[in-house]
Design a protein around this ligand. Structure first.
Ligand code: B12
Length: 486
């Protein structure tokens, strides 16, 4: 097994600059294999697109192959297997290609005839998709044997040693590259401008700390992207921190004053506690039509690790509804709730889902994905009484010892936490029920309406207990048995 070399971004640069008159660079965002690809429209190889902006000042000829890009409502996919898991047959898809040959033809079509790259840059948006990264690199190496391959992104960052051993890349650029984060995502290499794109409020300084980007730059970026056909902007920052609420409000003010007409999305980057009266009003006027509230977790907490209490959500929602006239229960505002955390208490999670659906109107369960190098700093389940015995790390070592096994969609920690996969399927069903709409709005199980009260009463008094009235209930099996007797 050949191990890939690790390079720093600064060392990659000389390869790109000054070697030839024009250096040809092929950038690739691989296809991905997964059970589902929710939010596919918000997946974008942000790192590569920032690199395109950054490299513009040099003599470069760049081509991009983004397997996840599509102008259709759905990304192409091909079923590659059906996994039998805890009594369920779950299809496993390959998103981004319709057949094995498709990958090669897509690359060829995208780069055109007589164009051979001098260097290839590959990204990865999630380390659990490493097998696709590996396959993409294999294919690229067959197609362009002379071009060195550089791998960056999440796989190279969070599963760095694994990527060194298994990805087949020549070089790895691990971690963030601060100097490119102030650059916009360059969309000019797409045949048609994507309808939706990622947007950053922050960039990173030299030390890697977050700094708010100049607001005029962000506004300029929004305007220029609208002019090429972008219809929606999704903020890609991990979290817009409450200390920066004023600067964020100022940005929205600029957007409003510039009369920019577009849609904005916050897919989990604003906490309920950050929302104040002024910010709420500006969010509404600037065109934020999807606000998914961030789920703050403290994995070093003893016991309940959900940071924001229900009161915080109530306050935030009051601002959105009373001060900004957002409509309630139509699911443009939702609370994200992380589930599947090792050693979690599903009773706490269920209670939180129901309570937050009452307060926020809709809930989105987000399946927890354990990220090595990040989550191993936390003390999940560490038992100080047993000299720091850590059942989570032991479990990962034994049962989840390859990146793809950490795929959150299968709730890999269920067994460790004492639950079945079925319990998580039920939890997801509950969340779906809590957020499903009839005549445009969701049902409030904890509401003051007659039906909600009766429903709760029946649960409390076991008014509809099927066992209590079992004599009167005829089950279909009994009916069939009687038919057979006849
Ligand atoms: C925005 C975001 C999203 C967006 C999509 C982002 C995108 N780019 O497409 C949305 C909201 C859709 C999303 C969804 C999910 N996400 Co997300 N997301 C993020 C977040 C907050 C920021 C990602 C980002 O844009 N970073 C900035 C970009 C520019 O960084 P980058 O791609 O790494 O690139 C940098 C370098 O790596 C480098 N680079 C990149 N490629 C290359 C290539 C070369 C050759 C070179 C030289 C350099 C280079 O350049 C960049 C500059 O620094 C991160 C957390 C974080 N703060 O990083 C999580 C994160 C990436 N998400 C994660 C996860 C798990 C998910 C979900 C599965 C949800 C979940 N269950 O937790 C879903 C996926 C749903 C699905 N389909 O399965 C994990 C991934 C962990 C892992 N092991 O890979 C992260 C790290 C969060 C976490 N800590 O758990 N996410």
């Amino acid at each position: 097994m050949i191990s890939s070399k690790v390079v720093e971004f600064e060392k990659l640069l000389p390869k790109v600059i000054g070697q030839k008159d024009i250096i040809k660079i092929l950038m690739v965002n691989p296809f991905v294999s997964d059970y589902r690809l929710p939010w596919f429209q918000w997946h974008q190889p942000a790192g590569l697109l920032q690199l395109v902006s950054f490299l513009r000042k040099y003599s470069v000829d760049i081509k991009l192959v983004d397997f996840l890009n599509t102008t259709d409502k759905q990304v192409v996919r091909r079923k590659s297997a059906t996994i039998l898991y805890s009594g369920y047959a779950i299809p496993f898809w390959r998103f981004g290609i319709s057949s094995e040959q498709d990958a090669k033809s897509k690359i060829k079509k995208q780069i055109g005839k007589d164009w051979t790259p001098d260097i290839i840059l590959v990204t990865s948006l999630n380390s659990i998709w490493w097998e696709d990264v590996k396959e993409t690199i294999e294919l690229l190496k067959v197609m362009f044997p002379d071009a060195p391959v550089y791998l960056g992104g999440q796989y190279a960052t969070y599963e760095f040693e694994h990527a060194q051993k298994h990805s087949g890349t020549d070089f790895i650029v691990s971690g963030t590259v601060p100097e490119i984060t102030k650059h916009t995502l360059d969309l000019s290499l797409y045949d048609t401008a994507p309808k939706t794109t990622g947007l950053y409020f922050y960039s990173l300084d030299r030390k890697g700390s977050k700094i708010v980007r100049p607001l005029e730059d962000i506004l300029g970026e929004i305007k220029s992207k609208i002019s090429i056909g972008v219809l929606e902007f999704a903020f890609f920052d991990g979290e817009i921190e409450s200390k920066d609420a004023a600067a964020f409000t100022e940005l929205l003010d600029l957007v409003i004053k510039a009369k920019v007409k577009t849609k904005f999305v916050l897919p989990g980057n604003l906490s309920a506690g950050t929302i104040n009266k002024k910010l709420a009003g500006k969010l509404k006027s600037a065109g934020f039509n999807k606000i998914y509230l961030h789920c703050n977790l403290d994995f070093n907490a003893k016991g309940d690790y959900f940071v924001d209490d229900l009161e915080t959500y109530k306050k935030g929602m009051r601002h959105l509804i009373d001060d900004a006239e957002y409509k309630f229960r139509i699911d443009d505002i939702a609370a994200m709730v992380v589930t599947g955390v090792p050693l979690e208490n599903l009773e706490t999670v269920t209670r939180r889902l129901v309570n937050l659906s009452h307060i926020v109107g809709s809930v989105i369960p987000v399946a927890f994905q354990y990220v090595p190098k990040l989550h191993d700093k936390f003390s999940f389940g560490v038992d100080a009484g047993k000299n720091g015995h850590n059942p989570v790390r032991k479990y990962i070592h034994k049962e989840l010892n390859s990146p793809e096994k950490l795929n959150s969609k299968l709730y890999p920690f269920a067994k460790l936490s004492g639950y079945e996969f079925e319990d998580y399927v039920e939890l997801t069903r509950l969340a779906t029920l809590l957020s499903s709409k009839y005549r445009g709005s969701t049902f409030d199980f904890l509401g003051d309406g007659f039906v909600a009260k009766k429903f709760r009463e029946s649960v409390r008094t076991k008014g509809w207990d099927p066992f209590k009235e079992s004599k009167d209930i005829v089950f279909i099996n009994d009916l069939m048995a009687k038919e057979r007797e006849k």
